[in-house]
Structure formats: structure tokens, C-alpha cells
Design a binder for this molecule. Structure first.
Ligand code: GRF
Length: 185
């Protein structure tokens, strides 16, 4: 399977996906890393690994529709079977999402359906939750709401801050996302 990965920043999940796909028995390969931010750290990894990479800078487009049209053009040319959102911080238009329905997945740092959106770790702490975690799910027009493919949880420990909890969850993300991608393939 051909996998495109969309990022906005450091790209640690993108990296874990690409590293996993290096395994001889992994039935997928990264064919494109695409960022909406020119400075995304993850682009350097893609370059160093010889993985095709591109930037579609959202700031160059007046509307979400125009940005998504440009994104769609670059993605279509790469012919991905699966699109993985990995820290991709743009809300996608329903029109775009529909075009890739059933082929686009995302990783979110909470145990969905709890805490869609931002600041998930702080919200878990504020709620006094005993555990936190991450979810891989299909992307649907409504944010962080698609069918769940897999989840991993970690305990919330005494003295946790949003930062310490984020680190603990991120470790699980790096195993969960490749495992879910493998399952889909
Ligand atoms: C991760 O926590 C992911 O769950 C969320 O954004 C963060 C991206 O981190 N969607 P990275 O760019 O993969 O390091």
C-alpha cells in the first residue's frame, strides 16, 4: 500500500510510521510526506530518508477550500492508498474529507470520544481522570469523530502535568499508530 503522511510540526508520529514501514514484512511504504508549514521539523527527516516530501503552505491560500484543493492536487498526483494525518493541525473541509473517505486516518492524543480538539492532556488532568491515552480513527468531516481503529491508554500519575502526561502518551502513540496502519493494510 502507498501511504502519504500529513504533518504540521516535529513529525515524531510520521517518523514512527516510516520507521515501522522499513520492516520487510510491513505491507506499506511511505510515498509522500506533506506539510502545511514550510518549517516543519519532520521535513528534515523525510529529506534525510530520501522520502518524497512537499509543502502546501496554507498561508498562501485565501480560503480553506482553496488550500484543500491544492492539497488534493498534490495528494492525487502521489496516488496514496492511505493518508495518515500525524500532527496535522488544519481542519479539513467536508468536501476534501469526502474525497478520501475510508482512506484517511488520524492519531489523536486522548481516549476518544473524550476530549476531541486541543489541550487534551490538561483536560484529562482537570477532570481527574485515572487514565489518559491516544486513539487512531478514520477521519470524517466532524473533528476527531470517526470510527475508532485502535486505542492505547496510560495511567495518570500523581504530580502529572500536561507535559509529563503528554510524554507518556506520545510513547504509546509511536507504537499504536504503526500497529493500526499495519492492521488496515
Ligand atoms: C501528537 O500528540 C498527535 O497525537 C497529535 O499531534 C501530536 C503530533 O506530534 N495529533 P508529532 O508531530 O507527531 O510529533
Amino acid at each position: 500500500k502507498r501511504v502519504a503522511i500529513l504533518i504540521s510540526g516535529r513529525g515524531s508520529n510520521m517518523r514512527s510510521l516510516c520507521e515501522a514501514m522499513k520492516a520487510a514484512d510491513f505491507p506499506a511504504e511511505p510515498i509522500l510526506v506533506l506539510s502545511n508549514r514550510p518549517g516543519a521539523g519532520g521535513l528534515e527527516y523525510a529529506a534525510a530518508e530520501g522520502i518524497a516530501h512537499a509543502v502546501v503552505d496554507h498561508k498562501e491560500y485565501a480560503t480553506r477550500e482553496a488550500f484543500d484543493a491544492a492539497l488534493h492536487e498534490v495528494l492525487s498526483a502521489a496516488r496514496p492508498d492511505i493518508i495518515c494525518l500525524a500532527g496535522f493541525m488544519r481542519i479539513l473541509t467536508p468536501g476534501f474529507v469526502d474525497k478520501w473517505a475510508g482512506k484517511m486516518i488520524n492519531i489523536h492524543p486522548s481516549l476518544l470520544p473524550k476530549y476531541p480538539g486541543l489541550h487534551t492532556h490538561q483536560r484529562a488532568l482537570d477532570a481527574g481522570d485515572a487514565e489518559a491515552g491516544c486513539t487512531v480513527h478514520y477521519v470524517v468531516p466532524e473533528m476527531d469523530a470517526g470510527e475508532i481503529i485502535g486505542q492505547a491508554s496510560v495511567p495518570v500519575l500523581p504530580g502529572d502535568t500536561a507535559e509529563t502526561l503528554e510524554k507518556r502518551v506520545l510513547i504509546e502513540e509511536h507504537t499504536l499508530y504503526p500497529a493500526c496502519l499495519r492492521k488496515l493494510c
